[in-house]
Design a protein around this ligand. Structure first.
Ligand code: ATP
Length: 517
């Protein structure tokens, strides 16, 4: 029986736990909502993703440098950035189930349902009419489709206006008028809609009087903006230039579901690129294309990516797009690319009273640079890689295997060395090979159980190469290499192992693809 995408996703979550990729946080106390810990394999994969991103920014560009700003920032930062006043989600509770929802998500789900109804009508008709079916004509003329479409358009318009106006009463009225029920209780017993600020707060300082309210940063970007002058001056950076940063961010998400897709503590990789005003659209296009090439170079499947341009722009943006990845639960945002104008630097100049500008020696004038931001969640990237890599394969002879076809560059463990038996000097020879490889690659050693079982364990964590030492090895200095994806085996000289692995796990080939060399 074919497994549904939902079942596959559940299996993937279970797999992540069973093989030391991701654990629920503080699990012995029953976990903490939407907070996760990375295990022994997860942390390696995550570090490899971060390394791939970091080097693609700082190695491939001589005008991009990195920083590592503190998580705690002066509270004025968040006033200036707009987060204190506007980093809100509209929330609504169902009084019967006591469950909390985002009002905007409930309405968007309703819009999705109407779209589904239209698509069902179209599918039915396509089946009925066969070859001669004219879909465009059907959509324009079928009374049932037209009725649904009118409903969709009117609701969409009303919803967009309510969101733009920040009209919470109207959001509630839409939920009531659409007769949207709580998926748990099935009732329409809703509270009013309230704004909920997503920033976590804490206090700094010991005395009640002297304590200062501070926030856990909800994005890493502001750490870059407040350091703009420091980096520009000390690095003698010339526009255009970029500052990259990887770090934790925190958001008190109302609805935290879908595993590491939406977490309350997560990690971001952000790069702010400072440009001359008026050139931002050119750079926006450049970074959109560059970032898509970065994703595609991993070889997870070009068809799994798409751009989604924002209809509603944030108050500071003049263009924005998401790179979406096809997860088992649909196309979802993994990365945002935003043209943020000079909003952030101007705001910080205003609130700090400092002049934050760039003196352009070519123009002989000063200006506040415009910014293109690329912002990607490490955890969402991790999830997309895992979703694409996870496969259940049915083999000849009725056997099955679970394999993670991870890009070798990202795989946590690159090679596992195995003596065929635990005697006759084979373990010692295998250890010698481990010692030879371990300075360059994550190398493991396994002598327990049959070779078949050992292969399966490595398949399950995505190790691209297994190396078996047998009795012949002692005479001919050759080993059997077994490849993860094809399961093919080759006999090769121990001296050639290093080259074979190095070629496969070296990110250089990916970087060349990205820059088009
Ligand atoms: P969403 O609409 O899904 O809440 P967003 O548009 O608010 O995301 P941004 O503020 O643009 O997200 O953040 C940039 C990136 O940070 C996102 O593309 C995503 O990869 C990541 N990210 C944002 N929120 C979370 C979260 N709660 N958990 C994990 N990753 C996140």
């Amino acid at each position: 029986m074919a497994t549904t995408q939902e079942e596959t996703f559940k299996k993937l979550v279970a797999h992540c736990k069973e093989y030391g990729f991701v654990f629920p946080s503080s699990e012995i106390y029953d976990g903490l909502g939407a907070v996760y810990d990375y295990g022994q394999n997860g942390v390696e994969l995550k570090n490899n993703i971060k390394r791939y991103w970091w080097d693609s920014m700082t190695l491939l560009h001589d005008n991009i440098v990195g920083i590592d700003a503190a998580i705690f920032m002066h509270p004025m930062t968040w006033k200036a950035s707009g987060h204190v006043d506007a980093f809100n989600d509209p929330l609504i509770d169902n009084r019967d189930s006591k469950k909390r929802y985002r009002a905007d998500v409930l309405i968007e789900d309703q819009l999705g349902k109407i779209e589904e109804k239209i698509n069902k009508e179209v599918e039915k008709a396509a089946k009925r009419f066969g070859e001669s079916f004219d879909e465009a004509m059907f959509r324009q003329t079928n009374p049932r489709v037209l009725e649904h479409q009118q409903h969709f358009d009117a609701l969409h318009e009303r919803y967009k206006k309510a969101m733009n106006d920040g009209d919470l009463n109207e959001l509630k009225q839409i939920i009531l008028d659409e007769e949207i029920v709580c998926p748990i209780s099935g009732t329409r017993n809703w509270t009013d809609v309230r704004q909920f600020n997503l920033m976590f707060q804490t206090e700094m300082g010991s005395t009640a009087d002297g304590a200062m309210k501070i926030y856990l940063r909800p994005e890493t970007a502001q750490g870059i903006f407040v350091n703009y002058l420091n980096v520009q001056k000390t690095g003698r950076m010339k526009i255009p230039f970029g500052i990259a940063q990887i770090g934790k961010a925190f958001r008190n998400e109302i609805v935290a579901r879908q595993f590491v897709f939406r977490m309350r503590e997560f990690e971001q990789m952000e790069m702010q690129f400072f440009v001359k005003p008026g050139t931002e659209m050119e750079w926006f296009k450049h970074w959109k294309e560059f970032r898509l090439r970065w994703h595609k170079a991993l070889g997870l499947g070009d068809e799994k990516y798409r751009f989604h341009d924002h209809e509603k722009l944030a108050h500071y943006a003049n263009a924005a797009t998401d790179i979406e990845f096809l997860m088992p639960f649909g196309f979802k945002e993994v990365e945002g690319i935003h043209s943020r104008t000079n909003f952030d630097l101007s705001q910080h100049a205003k609130y700090s009273g400092k002049k934050i500008e760039y003196f352009d020696p070519e123009l002989n004038e000063s200006y506040t640079p415009f910014v293109i931001e690329t912002s990607i969640g490490v955890d969402r990237m991790f999830l997309s890689v895992m979703c694409a890599a996870y496969k259940e394969e049915h083999l000849e002879g009725g056997d099955t295997r679970v394999v993670l076809s991870l890009p070798p560059v990202l795989a946590p463990n690159k090679v596992c060395v195995m003596p065929l038996v635990k005697k006759d000097g084979l373990p010692e020879k295998a250890r010698e090979i481990v010692d030879m490889l371990k300075f360059d690659f994550h190398t493991s050693y396994d002598e327990k159980d049959s070779i078949g079982k050992r292969y399966r364990r490595q398949d399950a964590i995505g190790t691209p190469f297994c190396v078996t030492v047998d009795h012949d090895t002692l005479n001919d200095n050759c080993v059997t290499v077994r490849y993860r994806d094809t399961m093919a085996q080759d006999r090769i000289a121990i001296d050639d192992l290093h080259n074979l692995i190095a070629k496969a796990v070296n990110p250089k080939e990916l970087y060349k693809k990205i820059v088009g060399k």
